[in-house]
Design a protein around this ligand. Structure first.
Ligand SMILES: Cc1cc2nc3c(=O)[nH]c(=O)nc-3n(C[C@H](O)[C@H](O)[C@H](O)COP(=O)(O)O)c2cc1C
Length: 200
C-alpha cells in the first residue's frame, strides 16, 4: 500500500532536527549523520532547521487572542506526519534549550476537537547531543527524555553525547572519532529499524 505521495505505508518517516537556532551549531552537524544512517536503513527522513520556523515565546494570552501562529501549525503538521523523531539537543544551564521547549509547547497545543498531544503520542524518538564541554550535553538529555516521555513519546534507551564538540568534527562533517561516528550512525539505524518493527 502507498500513501498520497506514492510512498509505501510501511516506510518509516522520521523528522530530524536540532534544538539549536545557531547557524554553526554542533548539534545541527550531528543531524545529517544520523539522518543518513536512518535513510540507509530504509526510512524517509525530513531534516528541518528550527530557525526556519520562528515562533514567539509561548504565551497563553497570545494564543487565546491570535491562535496558533502559521509556523506553529506547519511544525505541528510535520510532527503529525512523522512517526519518528531524531533530535540533537544542546544543553543550556544543564537543561533543554528554550528554542526546543518553546517549539514543543506550541506543537503540543490541541486544535479544537483534536485528541490531546496528537503530535507526540506514540511517536518514537532518539536523542543525541553535542557540547564543547566534557559531558557533551548529557545532563540536558535527561530533561528532554523526561519531557518527551511525559507527553507520550517512546524515547529509545540508546543516546550519545559528543563532548569537546568544537574539536570533534572533520571539515566534511563526519566525526573524527570512528567509534563516535559509528555510534551516531547506529542511533539513526536503530530508530529506523524500531519504527519498521512497529509497522511489521
Ligand atoms: C546560555 C548557555 C548555557 C549553556 N550551558 C551549558 C551547559 O549547561 N552545559 C554545556 O555542556 N554547555 C553549555 N553551554 C554551551 C553550549 O553547549 C554551546 O554553546 C553549544 O555550542 C550549544 O550547542 P550548538 O552548538 O548546537 O548551538 C551553554 C551555552 C549557553 C549559550
Amino acid at each position: 500500500m502507498t500513501d498520497q505521495e506514492g510512498i509505501s505505508t510501511m516506510t518509516p518517516r522520521i523528522l530530524a532536527f536540532a534544538g539549536s537556532l545557531r547557524r554553526e551549531s554542533f548539534n545541527k552537524k550531528l543531524v545529517p549523520i544520523a539522518a543518513r544512517a536512518a535513510r540507509e536503513a530504509g526510512a524517509l527522513v525530513t531534516q528541518i532547521d528550527l530557525r526556519d520556523f520562528p515562533l514567539p515565546l509561548f504565551d497563553q494570552d497570545l494564543e487565546a487572542e491570535h491562535g496558533m501562529p502559521e509556523n506553529g501549525k506547519k511544525l505541528k503538521q510535520l510532527f503529525i506526519d512523522h512517526g519518528g523523531l531524531l533530535l540533537a539537543c544542546p544543553e543550556y544551564n544543564s537543561s533543554v534549550t528554550a528554542a526546543l521547549k518553546n517549539a514543543i509547547d506550541w506543537v503540543s497545543l490541541p486544535a479544537s476537537g483534536e485528541p490531546s498531544l496528537v503530535a507526540f503520542r506514540g511517536k518514537v524518538a532518539t536523542l543525541m547531543s553535542a557540547s564543547p564541554g566534557a559531558l557533551g550535553g548529557l545532563r540536558g538529555l535527561v530533561h528532554v527524555r523526561s519531557i518527551l516521555g511525559n507527553i507520550g513519546v517512546i524515547v529509545l534507551p540508546e543516546q550519545i553525547a559528543v563532548a569537546q564538540a568544537h574539536e570533534a568534527f572533520n571539515p566534511d562533517g563526519s566525526l573524527k572519532d570512528p567509534k563516535q561516528q559509528a555510534g551516531i550512525d547506529g542511533l539513526g539505524h536503530t530508530l529506523a529499524s524500531f519504527l519498521m518493527k512497529l509497522k511489521g
